[in-house]
Every structure is written in C-alpha cells, then in structure tokens.
Write a protein that binds this ligand. Structure first.
Ligand code: PLP
Length: 365
C-alpha cells in the first residue's frame, strides 16, 4: 500500500499532461523508504516523556552536523527564529547578507525577536567583509550586534555556495568581538555535495545551524536546529513557548532520519540537471540568460526578451512547465528528485516555444 502511495505521488501531479514542476525542491514527495520508516517508527509524547524516534533524529542529525545537540522543529523558519531568540535581546541587531532568506523572507520575525536586521551587501551570498565589519560595530546607531547569520547554499543568489575561507573570515571577525554565528543551512547538504566535503566541515564555522529536511532531502516536513547543549536546551524551552512542540512527531522524524542519512548523495544528480538546463537555455535561446548553477537553482534573466517574468511564467505554465518569478525580470528554476533528464529537455523546449510565440507576437504587431 505504501509503495502504491509512493508510485502515484512520484511524478508530483496526478493530472495530465504531467507537469514539469521547477518551482521549488519543496515539492518533493517522501520516498518509499520514508513511508516504510514512518509506519514502523516507535513514537511517544514528545511533550511528556519524549518521542524515541525524534530523539534518535536529533542525536543523529547533531552528529552529522558536528554539534553537541539537535532539536526537531516544524520548519526551517522556526529553526532560524529559535536560533535568533537564543542569542538576541530586545534592541540588539542581527547582521546578515542583504539577500539572505532570513532577511528577505523572514525578517517579520522581528515581531517576536525585537531585534533589528542589518543587511550587508554581498557577492554570490558572501558579505563584503569591510562593510561587514562596519555593520558589526553598530554603525551610527551604536546598537549591539548579538548575532551574525550566514547562508549556504544561498537561495536568493541562485544556490551559490559560500567559499569556506569566507566562512572562516566571518567567524573570525565575529568571534574576536564575542559574537556568535548562525548558519542558515536550509540547503546545507547541497553546499556540502558541491564542495565535496562533509556537512560538518562547513558547520564548524558556525555556532548553530539549521537544516531543512523537506527540500531536496524530500522529507514531508520539518527541520533541525543544532548547536551546543546549552543553546539547544534554551531553544527547546522557546519552541514550547511558540507552539512548536509536537506530540507523536516520531512519524515525521522517521522520514527525517531517512533524509539526513540517505538522501544527501543523490543531490549531485539535481546539480547536474540544473547545469544541463542552464546550458540548454543559454545555448539555444536568445533573450534569455541563465546563471551557471553551483547547485540545484538556476536563475533566468528574461529582460532581453522584452517580456516580464510574469508573462514567461504564464507562457511556460500553458506548456506544463512551472517556474517562479523572483523579480520583474527574473525566473527561478529548481531541480529536484522528480525532475529527470527528459523533464529538463521538455522544460528547455517549452522555453523555446514561448520565445517563438513572443517573437510571432512582435512580428504581427
Ligand atoms: C526554504 C528556506 C528557509 C525556510 O524553510 P521552511 O522550512 O520553508 O520554513 C530558510 N532558509 C532558506 C535559505 C531557505 O531556502
């Protein structure tokens, strides 16, 4: 029965024609092995005695991430919020790169943290270090910097991977001033595979780290926050305060265990297909410029086509290819487990077909 669920969900959408869904790696469904583990997982009340499968996931993930302790949370957004709450007092500032997810998409968390978020301009997700030092010192506001945050792979910059020497420099400059560094590692495993290193070789440059289980790693839901035993004890109290404690969460943690132990290696395939998609778009389509991806995210600049990103999204959707507009002139395509070689080809052809349709429109006008 579970393998049937798996088979029917494997291609994402039940309706025909089958869509090529490049909107995000969050659309990935659980694997058959995840369903099997979920069925067999021992569970308990994580608010009372603790859920045994959650405990195993927290210990296993902490080990993989090279930290003392781990905490299972419903989302990576919550993991980042808890890390901030652990380190930051009212009126402190958090310094981070200007296109970081924690700045672009999550800074509404200021409602709960009462902190100021100070964006530092960067290149490919790496902060300019001179500006970073200026920001650490509080600028003219003279606020205390209580937390620095870095992100790898870097979502907003097109899945770029921070060079380890950059991470070491950020950590060194922060540590000198007694400031902890949090790593938003939602797609940390993509970064590790791209660099050819273990995840722990990246997380050593941060005090705490968050990892998303439900992106390329394909778990249905959840994230891990890992750090020192003291930080995680505090984060566990805070998680309860904000309603993030879940009872028989072992069912989800079981899928998470499969995600952290078995799903990292295959991300390399996604990276290969992202490169292939980028090459196809750059080679064959005038009016489109695709970034050369380091991981599984391709950004496509459509400005030279004379059409908006929203018009491209619509044209592609009519050809059963789903992508997202991230600005007026940019699209984002993300490869993942349900995207195969022929899907990349279909996507490239759909881009070509939309480009021809736009050209015909121009000729008629
Ligand atoms: C997706 C993402 C998040 C948020 O993850 P959720 O589990 O959806 O809350 C945080 N940071 C980065 C870099 C992300 O890409």
């Amino acid at each position: 029965m579970y393998s049937e669920i798996q088979r029917s969900s494997d291609r994402g959408h039940a309706s025909s024609p089958v869509q090529v869904d490049l909107r995000s790696d969050t659309v990935t469904k659980p694997t058959a092995a995840m369903y099997d583990r979920m069925v067999r997982a021992p569970v308990g009340d994580d608010g009372l005695d603790g859920d045994p499968t959650v405990r195993v996931l927290e210990e296993t993930a902490a080990g993989i991430l090279g930290k003392e302790a781990g905490l299972f949370v419903p989302s990576c957004t919550m993991a980042n919020l808890l890390a901030t709450l652990v380190h930051v007092q009212r009126n402190d500032q958090v310094v981070l790169e200007a296109r970081a997810h924690m700045y672009m998409s999550e800074r509404g968390s200021a409602t709960f943290t009462n902190a100021f978020y100070v964006p530092v301009a960067g290149t490919d997700g790496a902060m300019d270090l001179d500006r970073f030092v200026d920001a650490l010192q509080g600028g003219s506001s003279r606020l205390r910097t209580a937390l620095v945050s870095v992100e790898t792979s870097h979502n907003g910059s097109g899945g770029t991977v921070l060079p380890l020497d950059h991470m070491a420099a950020v950590q060194g400059l922060s540590e000198e001033r007694g400031i902890p560094v949090h790593l938003d590692g939602a797609r940390l495993f993509n970064a590790a595979i791209a660099l050819g290193v273990e995840a722990a070789a990246i997380t050593r440059f941060a005090t705490s780290v968050s990892l998303c289980l439900c992106k390329g790693l394909s778990a249905p839901t959840g994230a891990i926050l890992a750090g020192s035993a003291g930080q995680i004890t505090r984060a566990r109290q805070l998680r309860r305060m904000i309603g993030g404690q879940q009872r028989q969460a072992g069912i989800m943690a079981a899928a998470g265990l499969e995600a952290v132990t078995a799903m990292g290696q295959r991300l390399l395939e996604d990276h290969g297909r992202a490169r292939r998609l980028s090459e196809r778009l750059n080679d064959h389509h005038e009016g489109l410029t695709a970034t050369f991806p380091q991981t599984n995210i391709v950004q496509v600049d459509v400005e030279a086509s004379g059409r908006s990103a929203a018009e491209w999204v619509e044209g592609l959707e009519a050809r059963s290819v789903l992508v997202r507009a991230i600005s007026r002139t940019r699209l984002r395509c993300v490869t993942h487990r349900h995207i195969r070689d022929d899907d990349v080809e279909r996507a490239a052809q759909a881009f070509g077909s939309v480009a021809s349709a736009f050209a015909d429109d121009r000729a008629r006008a």
